[in-house]
Ligand binder design. Sequence first.
Ligand SMILES: Cc1cc2nc3c(=O)[nH]c(=O)nc-3n(C[C@H](O)[C@H](O)[C@H](O)COP(=O)(O)O)c2cc1C
Length: 187
Amino acid sequence: MYKLKIITTTTRPGRKGPILAAWIAEIAKQYPDYHTEVIDLGELKLPLMDEPEHPRFRKYQHEHTKKWSATIDGADAFIFITAEYNYSMTAPVKNAIDYLFHEWADKPAAFVSYGGASGGTRAVQMLKQVLTTLKVVPVTEAVVLPFFAKMINDEGGFESNDGIDQSAHVMMKELLRWTLLLRAKKA
Ligand SMILES: Cc1cc2nc3c(=O)[nH]c(=O)nc-3n(C[C@H](O)[C@H](O)[C@H](O)COP(=O)(O)O)c2cc1C
């Protein structure tokens, strides 16, 4: 079984990222090749990067970094729940990525993005630039949610539809295809 980590990218109180993470986690559970875990950066509470050494040396001094390193080391694939702040990825996700180096490499990442008219796509493009530097393989097929706020119901759940669910399955299948390809190479 492959370990799929779903990572939310916002930390503000009342953030909507975990709602979308819970939705895609339910869909991911339909894929028996994956063991799925949601990682909420708002709960993780990583400080701003405070390691003295470049992460490629893995000489981590802080417990929070050692734990984060073990979490990402243990992953086989990622889904980033990608919000867009000022046409960009959020600061917390860039910070969380920068903490580590080798842990990210040779693993595929898919994206569920959300926002206004852009559906968070500008943030995804920026995220891809950073992740590919760390040898993460971005999956093209994605879930894009423009004006997503209209799809959150009064109970705080995400109201999907057939088209969105279909895009989620297309993304999941492609993520799994890349997981099998990349993990086989590692073995
Ligand atoms: C600081 C900030 C900047 C934002 N910038 C954008 C933006 O550039 N594009 C966009 O579509 N939405 C933008 N939004 C609206 C977000 O899409 C919306 O608030 C969303 O809920 C943010 O994700 P979160 O709830 O997980 O924090 C911004 C929101 C915040 C708080």
